[in-house]
Write a protein that binds this ligand. Structure first.
Ligand SMILES: *Cc1c(COP(=O)(O)O)cnc(C)c1O
Length: 396
């Protein structure tokens, strides 16, 4: 047998973390890394956060799982908090981002079918999007590398250029159910949608009775400096898929909807054995208690500005390597003039700095939201030393 016990679908690197301390990860061999990847925008509170650990410990001792056969005081409390914090009137809890997007897709279709419009099942989605790895969510993305080997795709998605409002408008037809879009593309390279695009999609959705479905799995939960990114565009979505940071490291997600958008999601239409279990609810409640308040959000915005300004000042030293800094809050992208992957590997292996490569030649900078000046200084030192040694190695 040559296959590994762990199904070999990931090209894993040599870093093998066994412990986390605040914004650092400690490897099997004791090496300490500065974690500006946060498990891909998940560990909002860093590692070893006392409040989050305590909440999980207390809940684990009390009650972990009962299924959705029973009433859920824990789920009601978290759903109420999400409803109070956002546009939503109602919430379905999932275990992951892809499942949250699945629920969002189902809700958008079910809305129209509930209204008697069976033919309106198609979502207009945007090129280089990432919505997850289930059959529906890979079908929602135009990225062929995710399709290969898995055909046939699920029908009902139509791809248009990201940030192309005219393209989105032209794609509307008798089958259109709505738009599914990331306000800030994550995997696609930290690309914030323009204001005109988001406002325009909202207007088109209103004119044609379409569902505006936002995938905020990566950009949501205070990452961009508002609880959800849509707030910064001054629009109200119909449905939002959320996950990643929402559990702060505990696997959970949520599909949020207005009362109107959830019309089709009635008894018996959807479900999940684990979704909304008390342990996940306790973890997420602890995360929300920490991050869903004005003081914390103002701090994220201030830190995001500071980090961005310092990065912008720095990249001028290496015009051959770096092009620009983009993003919102602490969801930052370093657009490079070369493929970002070798530089990401260099930072990781030679400077113990963890970042994430993304599409569109962009290196993702996704620190825990709890970074302080010390971590920011350490990041810039490592980035600066990394760029110098990388440039020197390139020149040699
Ligand atoms: C990560 C991600 C997903 C999928 O989340 P999983 O928890 O991996 O299923 C969906 N949409 C976006 C925008 C993401 O970044």
């Amino acid at each position: 047998m040559t296959i590994t016990p762990l199904m070999p679908v990931y090209p894993r690197c040599g870093v093998r973390p066994v412990r986390g301390e605040h914004c650092h990860l400690i490897d099997e061999d004791g090496t300490r890394y500065l974690d500006f990847a946060s498990g891909i925008a998940v560990n909002l509170l860093g590692h070893s956060h006392k409040g989050l650990i305590g909440a999980i410990q207390r809940q684990a001792e009390t009650l972990m799982h009962v299924s959705n056969l029973y009433g859920s005081p824990q789920g009601e409390a978290l759903a109420q908090k999400l409803v109070d914090t956002t546009f939503a009137d109602t919430v379905f809890f999932t275990n992951s981002g892809a499942e949250a997007v699945e629920c969002a897709i189902k809700a958008a279709r079910a809305y129209h079918q509930h209204e008697g419009n069976e033919e309106r099942y198609e979502l207009i989605t945007f090129k280089n999007a990432f919505h997850g790895r289930t059959m529906a969510t890979i079908s929602a993305s135009n990225q062929e590398k995710m399709h290969k080997g898995f055909s046939p795709l699920l029908p009902g998605f139509r791809y248009v250029d990201f940030d192309d409002l005219e393209g989105a408008k032209a794609a509307i037809g008798p089958h259109t159910a709505g738009f599914l879009v990331e306000p800030v593309q994550g995997e696609g390279g930290i690309r914030p949608a323009s204001q005109e695009f988001m406002t325009g999609l909202r207007q088109l959705a209103d004119e044609h009775d379409l569902m505006l479905v936002l995938d905020e799995v990566q950009c949501g939960v205070s990452r961009t400096g508002t609880f959800y990114a849509y707030e910064q565009y001054g629009i109200t979505p119909d449905i939002v898929a959320s996950a990643k940071g929402l559990g702060g490291g505990f696997p959970m997600g949520a599909c949020l909807a207005t009362e109107k958008a959830a019309r089709g999601m009635v008894f018996g239409t959807h479900g999940s054995t684990y979704g909304g279990n008390p342990l996940a609810m306790a973890a997420s409640m602890a995360v929300m208690d920490a991050v869903a308040n004005d003081e914390f959000l103002a701090d994220v915005r201030a830190k995001g500005e500071r980090l961005r300004t310092r990065m912008e000042q720095f990249i001028g030293n290496y015009p051959d390597l770096f092009e620009s800094v983009r993003g919102m809050g602490l969801m930052l992208g370093l657009k490079m003039k070369i493929e970002p992957r070798p530089f990401m590997v260099h930072l990781r292996d030679h400077h113990q700095l963890l970042t994430v490569a993304a599409g569109d030649s962009t290196l993702r900078i996704l620190p825990p939201l709890v970074i302080g000046d010390a971590e920011m200084d350490e990041f810039l030192e490592k980035l600066s030393a990394g760029a110098a040694s990388f440039a020197a190695a390139e020149a040699a």
